[in-house]
Ligand binder design. Sequence first.
Ligand SMILES: Cc1ncc(COP(=O)(O)O)c(C=O)c1O
Length: 386
Amino acid sequence: MGKKSDQPGFATRAIHAGQEPEPATGAVTVPIYATSTYVQEELGKNKGYEYARVSNPTRTRLEQNLAALEGGIAARVFASGMAAINAICTRFKSGDHIVCGHDLYGGVPRLFNQVLADFGLEFSYVNTSDAKNVERAIRDNTRMVYVETPTNPLMTLTDIGAVSQVCRRKKVELVVDNTFMSPYFQQPITLGADMVVHSTTKFLNGHSDGLGGVVVCTKPEQAEKLAFVQKAAGAILSPFECWLVLRGVKTLAVRMEQHDRNGRAVAEFLAGHEKVKKVFYPGLPDHPQHELAKRQMSGFGSMITFETGSLANARKMLKKVRVCSLGESLGGVETLISHPATMTHAALGEKGRRAIGISDGLVRISVGIEDVQDIIADLDQALAAI
Ligand SMILES: Cc1ncc(COP(=O)(O)O)c(C=O)c1O
């Protein structure tokens, strides 16, 4: 994804937006403002910063950067992706209704069903890959449609443009979790989303060394409300972790290009392997939404899920991997491999997983940017254990 208009291209924005040299010394990297408070000249007179829960210059810079990358008017960062999603929901009241995708990252329905439902919020889970399902689920009290595309772990796409048209007609806000694609490959706001959320823990940070979350806003009232939630509830991102994301994001464009190249090669390898029953990757021509993927995304990324046939098979192969690291999370430079049924989606329970097609034999891989022949050789030797 390069330069499309008069504004600087994506890689230039990633490196420079909010990342201007520090005025006092000319330091080319944004400093980590490790301070809890700011001295005030006299009562009511300060330099725009009073207390670090409310604001911090390192955080301000990261928020400017991420807003520029997603094409929003402002961004608000939080202590984790889940804290960001929770912050979005604190804007609602008891009796409000939310329509969401039915195969989201497992932590999201856990928050919705086991925490927020107790505060009177109502949730309907539908297959958002068909915009008609979304339309049917919207009620008079619906305030938000929440989708992840592609979904974690089944790599199902939602047509953001089609769902956004439904949302506009029904006057409901559309929020898109863009964690899997990053703004480099998918621009939900351009496609009609009202807000974008990320676990910055993943591709935006890119180095598996910090947790974080962001909400990118398209309207001043969203940004104001979420700034108030940062101040009032306090789940803000620390200056050090803001700095890690600022550093990580500088290489987002080159990392995503390499993730994508490696992802395509690994998906093709898995699709041709006799021990692999099925591969879920939007870049493969047999993915049911391959055409939508080509239209909606400018790359296919590096998240791949595949079926090994049984829990025993998954266990055998996962025990053998060496280059791939068995662990939760995704989007780091290193290849991470995981087992959704017992890891990321354990909270759904067996029945919940079965209802949406997450079997015990599924394995999810976040292909890193190592030499791809080493990743493929590692998977090959691990699959030989099945
Ligand atoms: C798609 C997606 N959204 C949100 C989250 C939650 O983010 P965090 O772990 O930073 O709280 C995750 C975590 O894996 C995720 O995969």
